[in-house]
Design a protein around this ligand. Structure first.
Ligand code: PMV
Length: 310
């Protein structure tokens, strides 16, 4: 019986979260932590040995419409769930890749990224396709980047919203992730920023400034200027803190990491989840994060996107 095994990477957002919801640019990098989905035809759909349950498996429940028959689904993950590192995007991207091979539909990356985003949008109300496009493409991607800022990959549209996704060339660099262990849902944080921005011109100016910081970050990345990029990341953290999406735990991990880093910031929605530090002293940063109660791990970027595993 035919079995297909596919994997897809998690991601970190290096610049531009929250502002991306309002059409500003953002950059996400795929990381060497992946989810693997193994699928084979079956008489009923099971997930890791249990019959699929719409409440427990909302993603698979939504995505099974792409399969012509029930499936036996098995998953393996080395992305902590709820950590802001794109585990649900990697789950959707790896499963859809496996199903497209099983069905011989030769799905291209644009369709894969759109379908994976629609799964996140339907289940989670996800605001932008940043995670899912990074997981499908791998390496680095930008959303809403200025023309000429990277090779055009695809557009994704939902309702009246449209995002342009481009490839971002990334230099060799080491990032340390510090996971706070706190889970914070993305939706309420996006709403909090929306309310602040709608009420107050100051918040709207901060969102614009995050957008400009991201454009500057794209220039720094294209020149391989890690020092500049680090400065911009730290600046971005301050701007996000002003918007009210950081928290004590994130600020502590950012501050201790900065002693040994080019820059550090929260990554993703904030309120908990994870922070990232750009450094060439990863062990020292890991130690500092551990001492402050965070869970550190060193990640490699520049990894491939969703693909079949032999
Ligand atoms: O931590 P995450 O992966 O949920 O990142 C959220 C990023 C936001 O810009 C806040 C929302 C979005 O969908 O882009």
């Amino acid at each position: 019986m035919r079995t297909v095994r596919a994997s897809a990477p998690g991601k970190l957002i290096i610049l531009g979260e929250h502002a991306v919801v309002y059409g500003k640019p953002a950059i996400a990098l795929a990381i060497d932590r992946r989810i693997t989905c193994t699928v084979s035809r079956s008489s009923e759909t099971t997930v890791n040995g249990r019959v699929m349950d719409a409440d427990k498996h909302p993603y698979f429940n939504h995505m099974m419409k792409y399969s012509s028959s029930p499936l036996k689904i098995e998953t393996e993950s080395d992305i902590p769930s709820g950590s802001g590192l794109g585990s649900s995007a990697a789950l959707s991207a790896s499963f859809l890749k496996a199903v497209s091979v099983m069905e011989d539909t030769c799905t291209d990356n644009r369709k894969l990224a759109t379908d994976a985003f629609l799964a996140e949008y339907t289940v989670q109300g996800r605001a932008s396709p940043l995670d899912t496009s990074a997981s499908v493409h791998g390496n680095g991607i930008s959303l809403n980047g200025p023309e000429g800022s990277g090779e055009y990959l695809w557009d994704i549209s939902v309702n009246e919203n449209k995002w342009t996704v481009r490839d971002v060339r990334i230099p060799e660099m080491t990032m340390v992730i510090g996971y706070t262990g706190l889970h914070a849902a993305t939706g309420p944080l996006v709403e909090k920023v929306r309310r602040y921005k709608d009420k107050c011109k100051f918040a709207s100016d901060i969102v614009d400034e995050i957008g400009q910081t991201t454009v500057d970050g794209m220039n720094a990345l294209s020149k391989g200027d890690i020092v500049k990029l680090g400065d911009l990341m730290t600046r971005d953290h301050k701007l996000l803190s002003i918007l009210g999406v950081s928290c004590n735990e994130l600020n502590k991990l950012v501050n201790v990491s900065l002693r040994h880093s080019y820059g550090a910031k929260l990554t993703g929605a904030g309120g908990g989840g994870s922070m990232i530090a750009l450094t060439d002293e990863p062990e020292k940063v890991c130690e500092a994060i551990s001492l402050r109660g965070g869970t550190p791990f060193i990640v490699k970027t520049g990894v491939h996107g969703a693909g079949v595993e032999e």
